[in-house]
Design a protein around this ligand. Structure first.
Ligand code: FAD
Ligand code: NAI
Length: 479
């Protein structure tokens, strides 16, 4: 086996393995190194996303939603369920199967594309003769090391959960996303610090399964990055569902003991509080992962927050060394990592890979889901951009009524003069899928009138999108 490659990718998450596939498609000889181990110690490529992120969280969100529907929504449809019970062991086992299917799928894709896969940790050894030597500390039974060289290196080493000082993750009582996905008995009282994406998704899972969930958030505003109108609606809906969301808190001491995890905090009114939880999820953001990469040996530059420093094209300070995904600036999203991976492979091939950060969609997979692309109303105001807004509630959508899920709305923001779509914001059923139309429209710089004039299937949730576009011009038909 040749040990010299055109491209060596360190990290096999969505940024890394997708970059490897695109580079192989473009005719390069490619190696991909990933250290993630499955329960048996074998390779488990796919990174955070596949193993402890996007995929397992969505599996549990789906299962817990089925459970909640069977418990509370089926009766309304005339389906009476007797003796309903939760088999958490099976629910977790199914989630593990979904992870395994994805790990195996990625291994298959690497093989299909003739990418040499190394299971182990890759680190920079030295730069020589216009290439980089990468040391691979092999994982698994045949431990050992291998030295390989790459003309181009793509760093895609991802991120780790950020812990609160003095409250390290033990994954038994104080949980990161990893522990939050493997709780083996529904906690009576679950605490969540951070009302961000993970806090709301994992908080929803365990609330649906029967936990009393208290969310403690430092900021005074709920989901500050989301359009105000949408976040207010979401806050109302989540509170009604039973999530106890406390904003503007200041977290103090956290102590884990036999009786549970005690969290001391000062609430928004300034009163000192002390609550004991059976389990505590800490989801206060993530930090870039450059552990063990040994970038120092070749002079790899990090920025002041520990991210690998890159320019707009994902170039680092070193010639032919690139970095993509969570380990660099920008949103920590799997699809952003993938797009950067593809763009870098294309740039290595002399093409013009491009990522449009203005049209990266965001989705929060709660129920209802929240999804958006482009600017929020508060951003437009702050930037002094004149705009028109149109909203349409799912309450007035026939398909939503038939589904029995009429919460939320679609909101369009369009330029006051040109009518170009500047942002689309949705809280409602399958917002994750509906947002794709808005992303396409914005990529093509469509106007709200373009969407308003397009024929949408009836009855469908996407009609709410069309109606919100019509509402920009104050001519919604069904509201
Ligand atoms: P990662 O996925 O973190 O992959 C990096 C890989 O590199 C890992 O396998 C790691 O083991 C390996 N590695 C690191 N260092 C080395 C080394 N030196 N040698 C060899 N291997 C190494 N994003 C979404 O878009 N949608 C979602 O629904 C979503 N849900 C999420 C839910 C949770 C609970 C979490 C935690 C995250 C979620 N994300 C979601 C974010 C998403 O997981 C990340 O943005 C994405 O995984 C980043 O991809 P990446 O390739 O940059 O890094
Ligand atoms: P986050 O950035 O989404 O939310 C963190 C929250 O914690 C913020 O609201 C912040 O104000 C709060 N916070 C920070 N410090 C705090 C403190 N000391 N006390 C109380 N609150 C505090 O981060 P999260 O939820 O950890 O997720 C990390 C990232 O993973 C996300 O930003 C996202 O990029 C990605 N992700 C994406 C998902 C998706 O696309 N559906 C799902 C889950 C994660």
């Amino acid at each position: 086996m040749s040990k010299n490659f055109d491209v060596v990718v360190i990290g096999g998450g969505p940024g890394g393995y997708v970059a490897a596939i695109r580079a192989a498609q473009l005719g390069f000889s490619v190696a991909c190194i990933d250290e993630w181990k499955n329960a048996q110690g074998g390779p488990a490529p796919g990174g955070t996303c596949t193993n402890v992120g996007c995929i397992p969280s969505k599996a549990l969100l789906q299962s817990s939603e089925h459970y909640e529907h069977a418990n509370h929504a089926f009766a309304d449809h005339g389906i009476d369920v007797k003796g309903l019970s939760l088999n958490l062991k099976q629910m977790l086992a199914r989630k593990d199967t979904v992870i395994k299917q994805n790990n195996e799928g990625i291994l298959y894709l690497l093989k299909k594309n003739k990418i040499t896969f190394f299971h182990g940790r890759g680190s920079f050894a030295k730069a020589e003769g216009g290439a980089y030597q990468i040391q691979v500390a092999l994982a698994g039974k045949d431990k050992g090391a291998e030295a390989i060289t790459g003309k181009h290196i793509i760093i895609a080493t991802g991120s780790n959960a950020r812990a609160l000082p003095g409250a390290e993750f033990d994954e038994k009582q104080i949980l990161s996303n990893t522990g939050a996905l493997t709780i083996d008995a529904v906690p009576k009282k679950l605490g969540v610090i951070g009302a961000g994406v993970i806090g709301l998704e994992m908080g929803s899972v365990w609330r649906r399964l029967g936990a009393e969930v208290t969310v403690l958030e430092a900021l005074p505003t709920f989901l500050a990055a989301v359009d105000d109108q949408i976040s207010k609606e979401a806050h109302k809906l989540f509170t009604k569902q039973g999530l106890n969301i406390n904003l503007g808190v200041k977290i103090g001491a956290i102590t884990a003991g036999k009786k549970g995890v005690t969290v001391e905090y000062v609430d928004a009114k300034g009163d000192a509080q002390k609550t004991v939880f059976d389990k505590l999820i800490v989801s206060i953001g993530r930090t870039p992962n450059t552990n063990g990469l040994n970038g120092e040996s070749v002079g790899l530059k990090l920025d002041d927050r520990g991210f690998v420093a890159v320019d707009d094209d994902c170039k680092t300070n070193l010639p032919n060394v690139w970095a993509v995904g969570d380990v660099v600036r920008g949103p920590m999203l799997a699809h952003k990592a993938e797009e950067e991976g593809v763009a870098v492979a294309e740039r290595i091939a002399g093409q013009h890979g491009h990522v449009n950060f203005n049209t990266v969609p965001w989705v929060i997979y709660t129920s209802p889901e929240i999804a958006w692309v482009g600017k929020t109303e508060q951003q437009l105001k702050a930037e002094g951009i004149a705009y028109k807004a149109g909203t349409f509630p799912f309450l007035a959508n026939g398909r939503a009524r038939a589904l029995g899920d009429t919460s939320g709305m679609v909101k369009f923001l369009a330029d006051a003069k040109s009518d170009e779509i500047l942002g689309v914001h949705i809280v409602g059923p399958v917002a994750s899928e509906l947002i794709a139309e808005a992303v396409v429209a914005m990529e093509f710089r469509a106007s709200s009138e373009d969407i308003a004039r397009i024929c949408h299937a009836h009855p469908s949730l996407s009609e709410a999108t069309k109606e919100a576009a019509l509402a920009v011009d104050k001519r919604a038909l069904n509201f």
